[in-house]
Design a binder for this molecule. Structure first.
Ligand SMILES: [Zn+2]
Length: 494
C-alpha cells in the first residue's frame, strides 16, 4: 500500500507523510494511529486499551478467542514508544486513553495534548483504570492460586499514572495551537462525552499544507447534557470512526416510556433487580438524570437506586467545571440544583464493602455500575451474582465490543464465562440503543457531509469489519471518492 498519492492541488510533487493504524483497525477498541511526518516527527493520535479480552488484552474464557490477532494487543506496540514526539487525545474513554500510562512507562517522554475536560477526566479515569487492573489481578491470582496458572500482573499500576499527569497540555475547543512549528491542531466538540473532540491537524511540509482530521468518536445531536456534534473543518484526509456505520438508532421520543416499562416489568412485576452497565462518567449521569426526571414526575416506583461507582461522585464537580461541553439549560440546572445527580432513594456506593453488600439485597432495586462494556470493574461481580436469576434484568444502554461480556450478552448468548465459571443467562437482557453516545449512519454522515468536496481519502477505523464495509459503501454511494478500511499495523503513505 506504500504508493504515494498525488495531491489534488496546484503544484505537482509528492509528499511522503505516513499514517500507521496501530489499533482499532477493523476493531472497536484500542484506538491508536501514528502519523510520521517527512522530517521524522511522530505524532500519536489516541493510545487506547483493547477491551475485548480481559482488562490487559490477554485471552480469557468467553472473550478473546485463541488465534485472535488482538490477543496480547495491550502488551505490545506497533512502534517504539521512545520515538513518539507527541500524543494527542480525542477523548477520555479508556479505549482511547487506557494505555497512556504504559506508553509513558515504556519510554514516551513527550507532551500529551487534550481538551481541558479530557485532561480532568483522564486524571481520575486512568487512576481508576489502574486500580481496576490491580484489583482484578489480585482477584484473579487469589482465585487461581491452586491451579498452578502463571500469576497475572497488572498492565500498569497507580504509580505509573502519576508519571502521566504532568505531561498534559490542555486547550479549549476552537483554539488553534502549535504542537510543533510545522503542526497546528484544533479541537472541535463531537458531543460524544464530556471533553470529546475531533482532532484537526494542519501539517506544513515544505510550502504545502496537509489537512488531516481524526473524528475520534462522533456523538449524537439532541441528547440531554452535551452539546451537539460540530462538523470538522474541511480536510484532505480523514480518519473516521465506524461504530454504528451500518444502522439507524431507535428514535428518542419514547425513551422515557420504554425505560419506565423496563423498570416496572423488572422491579414491580418480577420483583427483581434491574442492573444497568454504564461508563462511570457520562452515561451514568445521563441515566441518573432520566431517573430523576421520572422520580420528580412521580412516575418512578419507590425502589432504591444504587450508583455503584467510586468515580461517579467525583464526576459532578468535573461536569460543573466544564460549561463549554454542555448546553446552557443543563449547566444552569447543575449550578442551581441542590443535588444535581441525586434524589431521595438514590445512593452512591463508593466502598468495596458497600458494593459487596448489594449482593445481599433480596428486594427490587436498580443498580448502575461500570464498566459499560462489562469487561472489568464492579459490574462483572454483579453479573456473576445476578445473571442466573430470571427475576433480574440487564439493561444494555451503551455499545459493547463483540468480545466483551456485554457484547456476548447483547448477542443473545445462553451462557457466559465469568471468573472461570460457566453461568446460564437466565436474567432478561434488554437493549436500548437510543441512549448511545455514538452517532448512527445518518448522524455520522451529516457530521461528515461538509467534507465531500475536499476529502481525498477517508480511512475507516473503530468498527467491526461487517459494519465498516456497509459504512464504506454508504459513503461511496453518497459521493465520497475514496474510502479505505485499513488493517492493524498497515502503514499508508500520503
Ligand atoms: Zn468513546
Amino acid at each position: 500500500m506504500n504508493i504515494p498519492l498525488l495531491f489534488g492541488h496546484s503544484c505537482n510533487y509528492f509528499i511522503f507523510m505516513k499514517i500507521k493504524f496501530c489499533g482499532a483497525a477493523r476493531e472497536v477498541t484500542g484506538s491508536c494511529h501514528l502519523i510520521t511526518l517527512e522530517n521524522g516527527t511522530k505524532i500519536l493520535l489516541d493510545c487506547g486499551l483493547y477491551q475485548g479480552g480481559d482488562d490487559d488484552g490477554r485471552s480469557v474464557e468467553g472473550s478473546t478467542p485463541a488465534g485472535n490477532p488482538m490477543q496480547g494487543f495491550n502488551e505490545k506496540w506497533h512502534f517504539d514508544p521512545k520515538e513518539i514526539d507527541f500524543l494527542v487525545l480525542s477523548h477520555a474513554h479508556i479505549d482511547h486513553t487506557g494505555r497512556v500510562p504504559k506508553l509513558v512507562a515504556d519510554g514516551f517522554k513527550g507532551k500529551i495534548f487534550a481538551t481541558n475536560a479530557t485532561r480532568d477526566l483522564c486524571t481520575i479515569m486512568l487512576m481508576d483504570s489502574a486500580k481496576i487492573q490491580e484489583s482484578d489481578a489480585e482477584y484473579f491470582n487469589k482465585k487461581r492460586k491452586n491451579l498452578n496458572d502463571p500469576e497475572k500482573t497488572p498492565l500498569y499500576t497507580t504509580a505509573d499514572v502519576y508519571g502521566v499527569i504532568d505531561r498534559f497540555c490542555s486547550f479549549n475547543y476552537e483554539e488553534w495551537f502549535h504542537i510543533h512549528p510545522d503542526v497546528k491542531v484544533l479541537f472541535r466538540d463531537t458531543g460524544h462525552i464530556l471533553g470529546s473532540a475531533s482532532v484537526n491537524l494542519v501539517i506544513q511540509e515544505g510550502d504545502r499544507s496537509i489537512r488531516l482530521s481524526f473524528t475520534g468518536d462522533i456523538g449524537r445531536p439532541n441528547r440531554p447534557i452535551l452539546q451537539d456534534p460540530m462538523p470538522m473543518p474541511e480536510a484532505d484526509y480523514i480518519i473516521c470512526e465506524s461504530t454504528y456505520g451500518d444502522r439507524i438508532h431507535d428514535s428518542a421520543p419514547n425513551e422515557l416510556e420504554q425505560f419506565l416499562q423496563v423498570v416496572h416489568h423488572t422491579c414491580v412485576e418480577k420483583k427483581g433487580k434491574l442492573i444497568i452497565p454504564a461508563f462511570s462518567i457520562g452515561r451514568t449521569q445521563e441515566v441518573v438524570y432520566i431517573l430523576s426526571q421520572l422520580h420528580f414526575a412521580g412516575k418512578l416506583p419507590k425502589i432504591p437506586v444504587f450508583v455503584d461507582s467510586p468515580l461517579a461522585v467525583n464526576a459532578t464537580q468535573v461536569f460543573i467545571s466544564h460549561p463549554e461541553c454542555m448546553d446552557e439549560e443543563i449547566h444552569r440546572y447543575l449550578i442551581d440544583a441542590e443535588d444535581p445527580w441525586g434524589f431521595n432513594g438514590l445512593t452512591y456506593v463508593r466502598s468495596t464493602e458497600g458494593s459487596k453488600a448489594l449482593n445481599n439485597i433480596d428486594k427490587p432495586c436498580i443498580i448502575i455500575s461500570s464498566s459499560g462494556m462489562m469487561n472489568a470493574g464492579r459490574i462483572v461481580h454483579h453479573a456473576f451474582n445476578n445473571i442466573e436469576n430470571k427475576r433480574n434484568t440487564f439493561l444494555m444502554v451503551g455499545y459493547c465490543a463483540p468480545n466483551t461480556l456485554g457484547g456476548v450478552l447483547r448477542s443473545g448468548a445462553k451462557s457466559v464465562h465469568i471468573f472461570g465459571e460457566n453461568l446460564q443467562v437466565l436474567a432478561d437482557v434488554v437493549m436500548m440503543d437510543s441512549f448511545s453516545a455514538h452517532g448512527d449512519q445518518e448522524e455520522m454522515y451529516n457530521f461528515l457531509s461538509n467534507q465531500k468536496a475536499t476529502a481525498q481519502k477517508i480511512f475507516l477505523v473503530h468498527g467491526t469489519l461487517d459494519r465498516q464495509e456497509k459504512w464504506r459503501d454508504y459513503l461511496q454511494e453518497q459521493g465520497f471518492k475514496s474510502v479505505d478500511i485499513p488493517t492493524l499495523g498497515e502503514e499508508i503513505t500520503v
